[in-house]
Design a protein around this ligand. Structure first.
Ligand code: MN3
Length: 204
């Protein structure tokens, strides 16, 4: 089982002015690449017999991983999985609102898209230290907002992520410094709702 760093689906500067090119370059080429390298090293050390299934299956069953490798696979496997989703739920000339089934599910669960956005932004601002905020689908099929620490993935907690925002300082500090609220606000202008809708449809 060997993983490769996926190419960004757009250029480094494609998300400007919301996320700057240098941040994207360091984030993808250094941080995400580092998770992939370390994940592969951990899996190689673990050996062929130690890990089975796809990455989300592996992450959902961390208790089956031997102690010596579990933390590394949790952090670096989570990092690889989270960032692979993150790049795809962002796009140039994006933002706005979802449509179709996802729009309906969000309105049903959160009363309105505006209220969902407010609750998600508040949850993102409440993450202490390094972590992520997510729109997930629970096993009852309903959307929910959750946050996870470090590189933990929602799949470790029994839900499927369809949208996430990276709240590690490496994802915004070069441009926004301590102004996380401005980063979260700008994030909405870069959300690739058609991709989030596809993620939702695949789970349902
Ligand atoms: Mn990151």
């Amino acid at each position: 089982m060997t993983f490769t760093l996926p190419d960004l689906p757009y250029s480094f500067d494609a998300l400007e002015p919301h996320i700057d090119a240098y941040t994207m370059q360091i984030h993808h080429d250094k941080h995400h690449a580092g998770y992939v390298t370390k994940l592969n090293a951990a899996l190689e050390s673990l050996g062929e017999s130690g890990a089975h299934g796809t990455l989300p299956v592996l992450l959902a069953n961390l208790s089956t991983i031997p102690d010596a490798f579990r933390t590394s696979i949790r952090n670096n496997g989570g990092g690889h999985y989270n960032h692979s989703l993150f790049w795809r739920v962002l796009a140039p000339d994006a933002g706005g609102e979802p449509s179709g089934e996802l729009a309906k599910a969000i309105a049903d669960q959160f009363n309105s898209f505006e209220n969902f956005q407010k609750l998600f932004s508040e949850a993102a601002m409440s993450v202490f230290g390094s972590g992520w905020c997510w729109l997930v689908v629970n096993n009852d099929g309903h959307p929910a907002i959750i946050s996870t620490p470090n590189q933990d993935s929602p799949v470790m907690y029994g839900s499927e992520p369809i949208l996430g925002i990276d709240l590690w300082e490496h994802s915004y500090y070069l441009h926004y410094q301590n102004r996380r609220a401005d980063y979260v606000q700008s994030f909405w202008n870069a959300v690739n709702w058609p991709q989030v809708q596809r993620n939702f449809a695949e789970i349902r």
